[in-house]
Design a binder for this molecule. Structure first.
Ligand SMILES: [Fe+2]
Length: 292
């Protein structure tokens, strides 16, 4: 790889998705050359892992800010606020993905058990461009994060499906569930939602990515409901095939960063009786462009 700083090594972890970066201490300010090498590896592997990091919240935010403007937690509608207002989420740019409770109150959000594949804030007008997670507390087993490469998945779609999806938009609805399809109601004004192109042009690479996920994408516009259901079921099964997926088994001190517009991600089950806490921050994105 061109212009890779001394000491930095890139180890691919699966053929289509995921690489480990060795030889970088994220608690320190990084020179431009190192940031450039990480960005290039990121463009190629879409998910990067750094192990054994000791990272304060400030250092995590500084690292993320090398890649764009930091994202803020989305504001939920008032009636749903309780589900995501963690008692220890003090910084607007930080979310604690956790099942941990102190005095009965959740310290973070979205923390229990399995979670279906999704796109972070895929229901918003401008979904996050990037997400960064840092492993703070982990259960003895489970709670792995699974990623699927949505650019590779698009490329391997049958041509007639590509043709069918061209120019289409789909409705993404957020109802704060983790493993349940959102019911399709006539009035969705109470739930955050947005219509996005099913095929997006990735803002950095210009490549086409499939932009749907099992958890929040509910309806493809411009086809019958029956056809929409059939297409979505096909797309979910297609993109979640093992050959597009990389599964990360967490260790304390891991930093995992991913391209939220070139992947979907989900979480495997872990025991409710154990604590899992990951510190999340993001980089803001822009309204999505339909692939040409
Ligand atoms: Fe997520």
């Amino acid at each position: 790889m061109m212009d890779t700083p001394a000491g930095l090594a890139i180890k691919p972890l699966s053929p289509l998705c995921g690489a480990e970066i060795v030889g970088v201490d994220l608690s320190q300010e990084l020179p431009q050359q190192t940031i450039g090498a990480i960005q290039r590896a990121w463009n190629q592997y879409v998910v990067l892992i750094f192990r054994g990091q000791e990272l304060s919240e400030e250092a995590q935010l500084r690292f993320a800010s090398y890649f764009g403007e930091l994202g803020k937690r989305k504001k939920p509608p008032d009636e749903l606020k309780k589900r995501v207002t963690g008692t220890e989420q003090f910084t607007p740019e930080v979310m604690l993905v956790s099942n941990k409770r102190v005095d009965g109150e959740p310290v973070g959000a979205f923390g229990d058990g399995e979670m279906w594949f999704h796109i972070d804030s895929g229901y918003a007008e401008s979904p996050y461009a990037y997400t960064f997670l840092y492993g703070v507390e982990l259960p003895s087993w489970g709670g792995n994060t699974r990623f699927a490469n949505t650019v590779a998945a698009y490329e391997e779609l049958p041509q007639k499906v590509k043709d069918k999806l061209k120019g289409k938009k789909a409705l993404h609805i957020h109802e704060y569930e983790r493993r349940q399809r959102v019911p399709l109601r006539d009035d969705i004004s109470g739930s955050p939602h947005w219509f996005h192109p099913v095929l997006i042009e990735h803002p950095k690479s210009g490549r086409t990515a499939l932009f749907v996920d099992r958890l929040m994408t509910r309806r493809i516009e411009g086809v019958s409901l029956e056809e929409s259901e059939e297409l979505l079921a096909f797309l979910y099964d297609h993109v979640e095939q093992e050959r597009f997926v990389f599964e990360h088994e967490w260790s304390l001190g891991d930093v995992v960063m991913w391209d939220n517009l070139a992947t979907i991600h989900g979480r495997t089950y872990f025991p409710e009786t154990e604590t899992r806490l990951l510190r999340r921050c993001t980089v803001e994105g822009s309204p999505l462009k339909m692939a040409g």
